[in-house]
Design a protein around this ligand. Structure first.
Ligand SMILES: [Zn+2]
Length: 889
């Protein structure tokens, strides 16, 4: 089902946001018992792993009292104090611990954290530098696996190249302590931070083999499985089962709930985290995000201030707020937060990468690309930065078409073939949709059309993937896959552009403050408004889903997009959303929809806005459901849509016997008609097919009754009837190419050139890279003396079709000559003769054109060189008799 592209086209409220994940030393520093340490320290560690932080603190405090010479007690104690936000206590413990264990790298690394969270960033920095210096001066002191890992983490914090840390510290630590999970965990964290998910999965899987009871391992796996939500969910559940108080996992859940617009549930999870650690910076960051998304700027400022209370220059707080705002479409606000993060820590890479992506999505390309180059230079292992740089080089070769309202970037060849067509479609969309929604777009919208899916994905998500997406809109920037990337499953690119540009309009009107369902709903609705064959319609599958109670209440539609059980359910979410829009417009008027958008722009929550301009939300839920159910019931009211329990290859007799007992079964009638066609019984096939059409005239899918009926008429040479059936089908199926090609054939034979042109244009709207529709368009335009269109079509054809080049060039030359473009005409006819030197018609045309050019008052014009002037001269000089083998064309 994910072939059906339109529904998968979307704004970037993707299920796989490119999340930057940081190493948070506080929560992830893993303790390892050295061989000397006994099971009692391991027990205390187990208390931390299972989330019994207070007990871990008690046990380790006693351990410190009785056995202060054992480093492990200190580590457990400090770690638990840091997790629970007891920062002054943690710092005290660290200082005391360092009195005894001055060389312990794990302790010194905890010291860095403790200092930071006691608002002493300068001291923390000095402590970090001291670790690094000592490691460089006396590396032999840090030969054990645990120290190496801690040292590697310290090196990363001081900005050492990630690959060096991996190789010199973590990989060495793996060799030194093959049983230790720690180096694998650290490698996994590092890989996650650089978006190297494959490596992260491998590392965490290895860690899991070594410490199967460590929730950090499964938390890591959950984040690494970004593209596999089932695996991610399993891993997260495992982490929380091992430790229901696992701060990282709880925050990860809260994050997903925010993306799902489930703000109350997210807020409850944040309460849980803050009960564990009242100063947890990410929890406060997400509180700020929730306040922003619900339009409470004071609460947003207060939450941010709380997050920065214990470490006033912590760049992660602003980074986290900004990153989540961007994931929720507030790119400008997100970028502003990244700038604040960078004001605290100019080298903070996660903020730099995120800012770079925000700027590119906002269309602020000069700064965005410059930043990408810088990040890549400093951090060559960063997968996102690497991909962006590759993409930038690729994009530089794209062709640009510009007008006052759009900057369109396309592959050079594609720009020549359908660039103007795309631009004029966008103009049309702009005129209509901006007026309808009262949008005054300031500045041009950038539209990029990618022939390679991978480039599309990197431009859109920062990473490869997202194969189901046809297009994405960020507001001022739209990215779409070109038909070249979908030759096997063509989809109407005009509909996609219309849909995506409509997002630009609604996002602009609401200042990006709209729930995904409404934005998608309006875009799909507007597709259908523009062309009834675009957009989605009710299908038997949707009907069954609705009648089985599978539709989502309007008030909860956002949730339908985040974790749909199947691709069909995601498609259905688009469809249902578009029907809610239709319902609102039909029942409450277009002005109600505009008023809702206006409210959203003023940060009024969606359900309040709906209630303000329609009816109380519970009534809206109830009334929409009733209306929607009626529509489902009336899809094909007389038809029985139960699927027959018959083999797919049942013959005509078996099908007929079945339909006799089920006379109104649409599938049965369709099957009987198909079986009769297979048996060559053309006339007999008509009756069941006609009945199927009567029962369900709107069935638009491939293999529908109109097409089968057309096949019967074709065999019976009943061309007008065949044509009528094909026309009925294409009126409701925008993507069908074959039926349109046949319609062109029929119309051409009948000399119906306007129809030829119409169907040719419709095929070009689906796949402009096929030669056939351009050939038909050229012929139709020639017949109707529309020279401009004919010339363009002939030129396009020369790019797409390598057969009969001589004739094609000759025909183009003819048109150019008729149009008075003599030098261009001569150029083409000469090139035609290069292909077929004895082509008589071409020779005659060349003489004619040359004569006219000689007679023309501006001889300078005639000196425009042909591609190969020498041949041209030869051809002009010696018009000869065609040799037999060159008689073609
Ligand atoms: Zn969309």
């Amino acid at each position: 089902m994910d072939d059906d592209p339109r529904s998968m086209s979307t704004m970037n409220w993707v299920n796989r946001p490119s999340r930057v994940i940081r190493i948070c030393v506080v929560t992830l520093l893993v303790l390892t018992a050295t061989a000397a340490q006994a099971a009692d320290i391991a027990d205390a560690q187990a208390l931390i792993r299972s989330g019994k932080y207070a007990q871990a603190i008690d046990a380790s405090a006693k351990g410190i009292e009785t056995e202060p010479w054992r480093e492990g007690w200190w580590l457990v104690n400090i770690r638990a104090e840091l997790i629970t936000g007891q920062y002054p206590e943690a710092l005290k413990t660290v200082e005391a611990g360092l009195q005894r264990h001055a060389d312990s790298v794990p302790l010194r690394l905890l010291n860095v954290d403790a200092l930071r969270f006691n608002n002493r960033p300068d001291d923390a920095h000095a402590a970090l530098v001291a670790i690094k210096d000592q490691a460089e001066q006396s590396p032999w002191r840090f030969g054990d696996s645990t120290s190496r890992v801690a040292l590697g983490r310290a090196m990363l914090l001081s900005g050492l190249d990630a690959r060096q840390v991996l190789e010199n510290y973590y990989d060495t630590a793996k060799k030194d302590g093959p049983e230790s999970a720690e180096p694998y965990l650290a490698s996994g964290e590092l890989a996650l931070e650089k978006h190297d998910y494959a490596l992260a999965i491998e590392a965490f899987t290895n860690a899991a083999k070594r410490t199967p009871d460590d929730p950090d391992v499964y938390f890591g796996l959950a984040r690494a499985n970004e593209n596999d939500s089932d695996k991610a969910t399993d891993a997260l559940n495992k982490a929380l089962k091992l430790n229901p108080n696992h701060v990282g996992s709880l925050l990860f859940q809260a994050e997903n709930l925010i993306d799902r617009e489930a703000y109350t549930a997210a807020s409850e999870l944040l309460d849980e985290v803050l009960a564990i650690n009242p100063h947890q910076p990410r929890a406060w960051a997400y509180r700020a995000v929730l306040a922003h998304l619900t339009g409470d700027p004071k609460a947003e400022r207060d939450a941010r201030a709380e997050g920065l209370k214990t470490w006033a220059t912590n760049p992660a707080v602003d980074y986290d707020i900004g990153e989540k705002l961007s994931a929720n479409y507030r790119f400008a606000e997100g970028a502003a937060y990244q700038r604040q993060a960078l004001a605290f820590a100019p080298d903070y890479r996660p903020a730099r990468v995120q800012l770079c992506q925000d700027l590119l999505r906002l269309g602020q390309e000069d700064e965005g690309w410059a930043l990408a180059a810088k990040v890549f230079e400093e951090d060559p292992y960063n997968v996102v930065a690497y991909n962006l740089i590759e993409l930038r080089d690729h994009l530089a070769k794209f062709h640009q078409l510009r007008n006052d309202h759009f900057l369109l970037r396309m592959d050079d060849r594609e720009a020549q073939i359908y660039g103007d067509r795309a631009l004029s479609l966008l103009e049309r969309a702009r005129t209509k949709l901006c007026a309808k929604y009262g949008a005054d777009l300031n500045g041009p919208v950038t539209v990029e059309i990618f022939p390679r899916q991978q480039d599309f994905a990197i431009r859109t998500f920062g990473l490869p993937g997202g194969a189901g997406f046809l297009g994405v809109c960020f507001g001022p920037v739209v990215t779409v896959n070109s038909p070249a990337s979908r030759m096997a499953h063509p989809a109407d690119w005009e509909a996609i552009l219309w849909h995506e540009f409509c997002h630009s309009v609604t996002l602009h009107v609401t200042h990006n403050k709209m729930p995904r369902w409404l934005s998608e709903g309006i875009s799909v609705y507007e597709e259908r408004q523009e062309n009834p064959a675009w957009g989605q319609v009710m299908t038997p599958q949707y009907r069954d889903l609705i009648l089985d109670g599978g539709s989502t209440p309007v008030s909860q539609l956002s949730g339908a997009f985040l974790k749909p059980p199947s691709p069909m359910h995601l498609q259905f979410a688009y469809y249902e959303s578009s029907m809610v829009v239709r319902y609102i417009v039909e029942k409450f008027g277009g002005e109600a929809l505009n008023a809702i958008l206006k409210d959203l722009g003023e940060s009024i929550p969606i359900n309040t806005a709906l209630a303000n301009h329609t009816e109380p939300i519970d009534k809206l839920d109830q009334h929409f459901e009733g209306w929607f159910t009626d529509l489902a019931k009336n899809l094909a009211p007389g038809a029985d849509l139960e699927h027959p329990k018959l083999p797919l290859d049942a013959d005509a007799a078996a099908m007929a016997a079945w339909t006799k007992d089920h006379p109104n079964n649409f599938w049965g009638l369709l099957g009987e008609g198909r079986a009769l066609l297979s048996a060559g019984k053309w006339e007999a096939a008509k009756a069941p097919l006609a009945k199927a059409i009567g029962l369900y005239p709107g069935y638009a899918q491939a293999g529908g009754p109109y097409l089968l009926m057309a096949a019967a008429h074709r065999e019976l040479k009943e061309t007008p009837q065949e044509r009528a059936m094909l026309e009925k089908h294409v009126a409701i199926d925008a993507d069908a190419i074959e039926p349109r090609l046949r319609l062109i054939e029929i119309a051409r034979a009948a000399g119906d050139w306007p129809a030829v042109r119409k169907y040719a244009e419709q095929i070009i709207a689906v796949n402009p890279l096929l030669p056939a529709p351009h050939r038909a368009l050229a012929a139709a335009a020639e017949e109707s003396k529309d020279r401009k269109v004919a010339i363009a079509a002939r030129r396009t054809l020369l790019m797409l079709d390598t057969l009969d080049v001589a004739e094609q060039r000759y025909r183009l030359a003819r048109l150019l000559a008729d149009d008075g473009q003599l030098p261009a005409a001569r150029n083409e006819v000469v090139r035609s003769l290069e292909e077929a030197p004895r082509y008589r018609a071409a020779l005659a045309l060349l003489l004619d054109v040359s004569r006219k050019m000689d007679a023309a008052p501006h001889p300078a014009a005639s000196t425009r060189p042909a591609t190969r002037p020498a041949t041209a001269a030869a051809a002009t000089a010696t018009p000869a008799q065609p040799a037999p083998e060159e008689a073609k064309p």
